[in-house]
Design a protein around this ligand. Sequence first.
Ligand code: SF4
Length: 500
Amino acid sequence: MDHGRDQTGGPREKCGVVGVSLSERSAARPLYYSLYALQHRGQESAGIVTHDGFQQHSHVEMGLVGDVFAEDDLDQLNGTAGIGHVRYPTAGGVNTCCAQPFSVSFKSGSLGLAHNGNLVNADEIRDELEGLGHAFTSTGDTEVIAHDLARNLLEADLVRAVKKTMERIHGSYSLTISHDDVVLGVRDPEGNRPLCIGELDDGYVLASESAAIDTLDGDLVRDVRPGELVVLDRDGTGFDSYQLVDRDNTAHCFFEHVYFARPDSVIDDSLVYEVRRTLGRKLWEESGIETDVVMPVPDSGRAFASGYAEAANGTTAEGEERPEGDDGVEFAEGLMKNRYVGRTFIMPTQDERERAVRLKLNPIKSTVEGKTVTLIDDSIVRGTTSTQLVELLRDAGAEEVHLRIGAPPIVAPCYMGIDMASREELIAAGQSVDDIGEQISADSLSYLSIDAVAEALGESRADLCLGCVTGEYPYDIEGETTDRDVERPQIGDTSLVADD
Ligand code: SF4
């Protein structure tokens, strides 16, 4: 599956966030390079907010990082501290007013906020704050967090203000925040979306993924813990940690490892590339099939396919050692990608989306012709891409096409900040695996089990969000069931209720 639902029907990550505090150097360029490293997490808008100790500077526009910032823009983003954001639309729709970081000035200073995730109770908090006289300029949930925090900062110090806000907001959030020239990072109590801390020669950085820290030639210190607030020192010499909320279980999004994150990132102590290879190995163990050739859907299926092929060359599909003279399967590239079909290539209709697959991928005939083929991908969302790829390989002369998927079937939408499509659009919602296989015309189709995913991630099922593959969520979402004892916080004036 490819990133960018606009092209091929795959799920879309919503955002990437970064924050930097340096001793003397301007923060603008490190923020800019970090956003480049996080571009895969959002291509609709990009922005940076810095603070020079006296005033806040902001540059936020629609477009890719490389198009949004000119040399002059970076020169005007003064200050050694700042935050940055790349975005796809979540709550708030597609428009400039929801591009981030969101910045605001209020009585006790200025705030900048960059948010990855999605709140499920933003409307309730917005209604309450509007009732108290807060005027909102966007429909996004980031502004809700900013207003709530600004209100709390009038009555409490920074740490207590963040804690109060965390006690009210419900959902997934990894935030980088600038309060004047102090940069903070916050991860929701379930740790749903990633956030990590890195050390540079002259400062510290917070980022959605460690690949951004690598880009700055820094060292990954560790992940921000679920429910933790990290406050970077103004002079770039260190950071303070405050564990503001403690939960028994986490709800890490397993899909970060399967699909969204860069393979070279380390998330929650696991290198994404290695997790994907392990998932591929488990896929062979669970549902391997002997074919002439194993090939990935580029680029997303590559790590899975290499793990799958490696396992296939060690044992047979029955789990036996391969006998002498049995060379196992051939691992080959059978589909070539056109790298110049950009992410911003928008094709809104289903028909056009189908054609997009042909634009993006072309089979290598010699690898495919007259062969039985196993095609490996990371996920199936609507099934459009898979159907097209099976057809493409058959047209190129494949004798059989077997599809193996390195994740469980996606049966339900995501409310935590991933654009997964609705239940009606999801091919696996309400259909058996055999029926899906038939619908996409594969000779056989198998998905990986949920247990195998948990094992590959080294986590118990209870510490993962599995909402999109079980239909049960770790948050209290209207109209959906939960997989744990969880309730959204009471928002608004509850005294009337108490009087009843
Ligand atoms: S529902 Fe799926 S995509 Fe969304 S946070 Fe949970 S695991 Fe991730």
